[in-house]
Design a protein. Structure first.
Length: 50
């Protein structure tokens, strides 16, 4: 059961904006979070799995 519903599109837009403000590429952010750049791309596009 999911208590909180996250608007994936809104989160993706927020993440992309913050990443760009920091001057990071998707690859840079992925390295800092120990995930793949493909995961960051999916988050930003709002297509990640629930």
């Amino acid at each position: 059961m999911c208590v909180f519903a996250i608007d994936k599109a809104a989160f993706g837009e927020f993440l992309a904006e913050r990443r760009k403000e920091m001057g990071y590429t998707q690859k840079d952010l992925a390295a800092k979070l120990f995930v793949s750049d493909k995961a960051v791309s999916k988050w930003e596009r709002g297509v990640s799995q629930s």
